[in-house]
Write a protein that binds this ligand. Structure first.
Ligand code: 13P
Length: 341
């Protein structure tokens, strides 16, 4: 393992103003996104959509890395340039989602466990050959107002994340460790903070036990936020403070960066929360984004599968990239959403 190389890739991903585009929707998930805009999920439509994102001029100022799905890493632009090569030529680091999705955890009703460890060492070696420099594994932590997540589900997912992360570092890929406490449900922000605390505590204990080098990884957590159905939604400042407090307690300062998922927050909400955290001052780690929906929702809505809408869709994408780039510095303001580009 070349620690210096892992470290330099991890640091480049969380460089000033920059963050990650999560464009790694699996087959069923991208179909769900396309259904909303009435576009058929064919391989060619998926390829064209990803090309739209990956070729948006100026986005490279704010996007340091892209997470792709297996199919996308094997696809090329209309001109025949493999996407990994195209992104690299624009200074954007190619990454790959390597988990095989979350399934019900046997005998633990309501909990989930992520699959995909079998054969992972060989798959990682191939992804590296195809140009990936970092990887992602998502653990799904269900949450309700009572029993879920169970301590056992937290531990099982933390263990799987650590086995994945160790294999990545052995192969020379930077692992993005993603334990996502969901924001579905009616639980309040305190319950989210308690669950997120237990999860992060367990994840870092397992990573340490598996000899994962913290300097050569990134954490991709949820923000500490009330469930979508909770009647009391916390204000932006409260989310920022609870999230930073929770991370400060459980994430070692040796980790170069924390790249949040958006998890169902609206685009402006996700940008506002990131901005508030960075406006609080310096933290031990870079606080950045690895958004899927919060970067892509307006893009999909503008595109609708029409070639004639590509320019407008790219403009929407650039706008979200730029505003999240400002949120990296704590200089975003909601009035910028409507100001002239
Ligand atoms: P969202 O930002 O849409 O939550 O997606 C990020 C991601 O990569 C989920 O695994």
């Amino acid at each position: 393992m070349n620690i210096d190389e892992l470290k330099s890739v991890a640091e480049a991903i969380v460089a000033k103003q920059k963050g990650i585009l999560a464009a790694d929707e699996s087959g069923p998930t991208i179909k769900k996104r396309f259904d909303v805009i009435g576009v058929e999920s064919t391989e060619e439509n998926r390829r064209q959509y990803r090309e739209l994102l990956f070729t948006t001029e100026g986005s490279e100022r704010y996007i340091s890395g892209v997470i792709m799905f297996d199919e996308t890493l094997r696809q090329s632009s209309g001109e025949g340039i493999p996407f990994a090569k195209l992104l690299s030529s624009r200074g954007i680091i190619p990454g790959i989602k390597v988990d095989k999705g979350a399934k019900a955890l046997a005998l633990y009703p309501g909990d989930k466990i992520t699959e995909g460890l079998d054969g992972l060492r060989d798959r990682l070696a191939e992804y590296k050959q195809l140009g990936a420099k970092f990887a992602k594994w998502r653990a799904v932590i269900e949450i309700d107002e009572h029993e879920v997540p169970s301590p056992y589900a937290i531990q099982a997912n933390a263990h799987a994340l650590a086995r994945y992360a160790a294999l990545c570092q052995e192969t020379g890929l930077v692992p993005i460790v993603e334990p996502e406490v969901l924001m579905d449900g009616a639980h309040d922000i305190d319950r989210c903070e308690a669950a997120t605390s237990r999860v992060l505590e367990s994840v870092f204990a397992e990573l340490d036990a598996h000899r994962v080098v913290f300097e050569g990884m990134l954490l991709k957590p949820n923000m500490v936020i009330a469930g979508k159905k909770c009647l009391h939604q916390a204000a932006t400042q409260q989310v920022a403070q609870a999230t930073v407090r929770c991370l400060s307690r459980y994430v070692p300062a040796a980790v170069p960066g924390i790249v949040f998922l958006s998890g169902g927050q609206g685009p402006e909400e996700a940008t506002g929360h990131l901005n508030a955290m960075n406006a609080m001052g310096l933290h031990p780690w870079q606080l950045s984004f690895s958004y899927g929906r919060a970067l892509q929702e307006p893009v999909l809505a503008a595109w609708k599968g029409q070639e004639s809408n590509v320019a407008a869709a790219q403009q929407e994408f650039f706008k979200r990239c730029r505003l999240n780039g400002l949120a990296r510095e704590g200089t975003y303001s909601p009035v910028m959403e409507t100001a002239a580009q």
